[in-house]
Write a protein that binds this ligand. Structure first.
Ligand SMILES: C[S@@+](CC[C@H](N)C(=O)[O-])C[C@H]1O[C@@H](n2cnc3c(N)ncnc32)[C@H](O)[C@@H]1O
Length: 191
């Protein structure tokens, strides 16, 4: 039997991937990292869809390329060694979905990581690229200082989005401490 397990912010984000992304969709992975989210999205978009994935580290691009190749899915993705704040230079309207998994490349020295200035620029672009009912999901990690800065800036920014245009859900495990990873889901409305 397929048992539902309430596990982590990242797990919640994956559930949203599966609920929203359909074969033929065009989607963005704004933080490619080691390619696990890109791979999941490639499975979901099928042969007719496309995943546009961004990272500023060559190692991320190499690891993602190798992972997609090993799974025979590289043709479903376009990988950009480029900051997500330049997303609109490479991706045209409309996209169905955009994933942000903030922080650093797992296994790296943590020096290169997302920061609020470019995260905000990228998020604004992602929201403008979303089709009606398109969704943006962010995993946020306030357990480290830069992650806390991002979370503390994100929540007021998201709270200011007009509710006629976006529904915004902020999920946190309230008994895991204030610094536990959190998941944010934004859906564009149909006006
Ligand atoms: C937590 S990791 C992403 C993990 C990835 N989603 C996976 O499934 O493996 C965050 C990534 O964001 C990248 N990053 C940092 N600043 C960025 C930027 N301005 N544009 C795109 N990626 C960025 C880092 O290099 C790092 O690889």
């Amino acid at each position: 039997m397929n048992t539902f397990v309430l596990r982590s912010a990242r797990h919640l984000a994956e559930i949203v991937f599966e609920k929203v992304v359909r074969p033929g969709d065009r989607v963005v992975d704004a933080t490619m990292g080691n390619g696990y989210d890109t791979l999941k999205l490639c499975h979901l978009v099928g042969d007719e869809g496309k995943v546009y994935a961004f990272d500023i580290q060559e190692l991320a691009l190499k690891n993602t390329q190798a992972l997609l190749e090993a799974n025979g899915l590289l043709s479903r993705a376009e990988l950009f060694l480029c900051g997500h704040e330049k997303m609109k230079n490479h991706v045209a309207y409309p996209i169905k979905f955009c994933a942000f998994n903030l922080g650093w490349l797992p296994g790296s020295d943590k020096v290169v990581r997302t920061n609020w200035v470019t995260t905000k620029q990228a998020l604004e672009q992602a929201l403008s690229l979303l089709c009606p009912h398109g969704v943006c999901v962010l995993c946020v990690y306030p357990g480290h200082p830069e992650g806390k800065v991002e979370k503390n800036a994100l929540i007021p920014y998201l709270s200011s989005l007009p509710s006629q245009e976006y529904n915004v859900l902020w999920q946190q495990f309230v008994n895991a401490g204030a610094d536990a990873p959190q998941c944010i889901i934004i859906q564009k409305q149909t006006i």
